[in-house]
Design a protein around this ligand. Structure first.
Ligand code: AMP
Ligand code: MN
Ligand code: MN
Ligand code: MN
Length: 295
């Protein structure tokens, strides 16, 4: 056909910077309450043009998410949010645009998930000590994917049974450091998670950096080591950041030469304050992470 490049292996063009991108959310495959297809429909209805499903430590929803995105005319990037321990703190690293069949990535995520079952049983034992019985079975009932049992599922159980009014209250009273149901856990190392993503052809992104309560020295170390391992981007606009925090991390993106990502971190219509696609645009002058990728 004249004017059209029909060569089978032509490189696909990188994604346009002006797309309404939402590159962070969760389905029933991890700790969200909507199926991948329902999330895709919601994203499309909210005007999302480029979407990624980023379940915690799990890529089992990717094929369903991609098919649903394509059915709604959205561009799609493969996604995941990997749990990492850095400086004795849990940090989340989002991976985008990787090959989901890559064996090292698949194995790394399997290993990361393996810790969740024993941790959940310890959490239930700790909650039983605090007078709350049956939490393991209760949390499991809320988990669409038992391999991904998480604190969110315990939180939903404690709300269901009337122990707390909402999930933030559960985290405040029971599931954060120093509280009765909190169990320390060692996740993947930062460098391992970044390498799993990059050697699978993807881009690694520091998720919601304002959430970590690091001091300036620790935060500088996180960004420096992330970059040294081959990390390429940071979430600037997310459901977890205030406008002031977005500006602060726009500055960090400039300082460290990182691209910028945008994602709601949507989990549930009942729990999430920021809906899919309903985010501020990235501050000007940044490189949108999706311009490094093709969709
Ligand atoms: P886990 O991976 O099992 O440690 O669970 C972490 C998940 O808990 C996060 O991805 C959030 O979905 C949720 N979470 C963490 N902190 C809070 C909080 N303060 N309020 C509500 N949900 C939270
Ligand atoms: Mn979550
Ligand atoms: Mn997170
Ligand atoms: Mn998330």
């Amino acid at each position: 056909m004249p004017g059209v490049n029909t060569a089978p292996n032509r490189p696909r063009p990188c994604l346009s910077p002006s797309l309404n991108a939402d590159l962070h959310c969760h389905s029933t495959v991890s700790d969200g309450t909507l199926e991948p297809e329902a999330l895709a429909a919601r994203a499309a209805a909210n005007g999302v043009q480029l979407w990624a499903l980023t379940d915690h430590d799990e890529i089992g929803g990717q094929q369903r998410a991609r098919a649903a995105a394509q059915a709604h005319g959205m561009h799609y990037l493969t996604g995941v949010e990997i749990s990492v321990t850095f400086a004795d703190t849990t940090v989340h690293i989002v991976g985008l645009g990787f090959d989901e069949t890559n064996p090292r990535l698949v194995q790394g995520l399997n290993d990361t998930r393996d810790g969740r079952g024993p941790r959940a049983r310890e959490m239930a034992a700790a909650l039983a000590q605090a007078g709350i019985e049956g939490a393991y079975e209760g949390a499991l009932r809320h988990a669409g994917n038992p391999a991904l049992i998480s604190r969110t599922h315990f939180a939903r159980f404690l709300v269901e049974t009337g122990v707390c009014r909402d999930t933030p209250e559960v985290f405040r009273k029971y599931l954060t450091e120093g509280k009765p149901g909190y169990v320390p856990h060692r996740w993947a190392r930062l460098g391992d998670a970044v390498h799993w993503i990059t050697q699978a052809g993807g881009v690694a992104v520091i998720a919601h950096p304002a959430r970590y309560k690091f001091n300036a020295t620790e935060e500088y170390a996180l960004f420096t080591e992330f970059k040294a391992h081959g990390g390429q981007a940071v979430e600037v606009v997310t459901g977890s950041h205030t406008p002031a925090e977005a500006l602060r991390y726009a500055g960090m993106a400039h300082e460290f030469g990182l691209a910028a990502s945008r994602g709601s971190d949507f989990h549930s219509p009942a729990e999430s304050h920021i809906d899919l696609g309903r985010l501020a645009p990235l501050p000007p002058g940044l490189t949108p992470v999706w311009t490094l990728l093709s969709g």
